[in-house]
Write a protein that binds this ligand. Sequence first.
Ligand SMILES: CC(C)(COP(=O)(O)OP(=O)(O)OC[C@H]1O[C@@H](n2cnc3c(N)ncnc32)[C@H](O)[C@@H]1OP(=O)(O)O)[C@@H](O)C(=O)NCCC(=O)NCCS
Length: 268
Amino acid sequence: MPLEIDLDVPTRHLLRADDGTALARLRLHDDDGERVAAEVSPLPGVDVGTVAAQARRDLAGARLETPHDELAHALVAGGLTLRRAATDMRHDLAVVPEPVALPTGWSLAPAGWDDDLAEGLPAAYGPTHPDGPWQPDDTAQIQAMFDRGDPVPPLLAASARVVGPDGRSAGHVLCAGPVPWTEDTCAWILNLAVAPAAQGRGLGRALLGHALRGSRAAGLPRLGLSVGCGNPARRMYDDAGFRPVSRVLTVPLPPAGHADEVTRSPVD
Ligand SMILES: CC(C)(COP(=O)(O)OP(=O)(O)OC[C@H]1O[C@@H](n2cnc3c(N)ncnc32)[C@H](O)[C@@H]1OP(=O)(O)O)[C@@H](O)C(=O)NCCC(=O)NCCS
């Protein structure tokens, strides 16, 4: 049974069982060529195992994102991997922090990518980071944003590097907006990081304040971000006035051929 537009909520699709029973609502979109089934929410009273099995068939190859713990558990129990558990947050930009004085010799500078960031950011996202270690692909994606505006250009008013007394970049905040992956119109923090040697002196908070002021100055109605569960940065976002809007549990669904292999019994 193909997915179909939900006539009650036209931005949503319905996942249906083969007999036509509606099982779950979801929002389909594309993230840099990857098909995303977002906000997958089983309908009341529906068996979650049935939703998991149907999703594996009808959404094979997509990245499934759900706020629903039980659905994620059912998929993991079926042999799939929870790639990330995170919280989506929003700030309505009504009250944004005033600029703070940085430690002597430190300053904010226009956003950009350089060798210092290419060295410092992988160190900030070490092997035990809740979002997993920095990958070469992360560097490539940021370079593509600056070089080609791919998949979205940086929102320069809300992005910045922080530069030390030695003139070298020690961290950055990288924003875009409005971004195509949210239903609401918002600017988005794609990355906020400070190299370990420079952490703990207020630079992260200063970069976050810049992102808030810059998003408002650019005319965006809110600023969003996703923070991995267990990341101590969450405290900084709570303190700055971000509110949680949803949990996002990400489980990549294997492509069709692979799904058959996983579920095939050894005697077949
Ligand atoms: C998050 C990060 C940018 C903060 O940078 P920073 O310059 O150390 O931040 P500040 O000195 O301004 O501190 C801001 C707050 O961050 C929070 N915080 C962030 N990471 C923390 C950690 N590892 N340990 C303790 N507190 C942390 C604290 O609430 C701190 O405030 P407090 O000292 O008043 O309690 C930095 O820790 C980092 O690069 N982390 C790795 C990348 C990352 O996870 N980025 C966020 C992705 S959503």
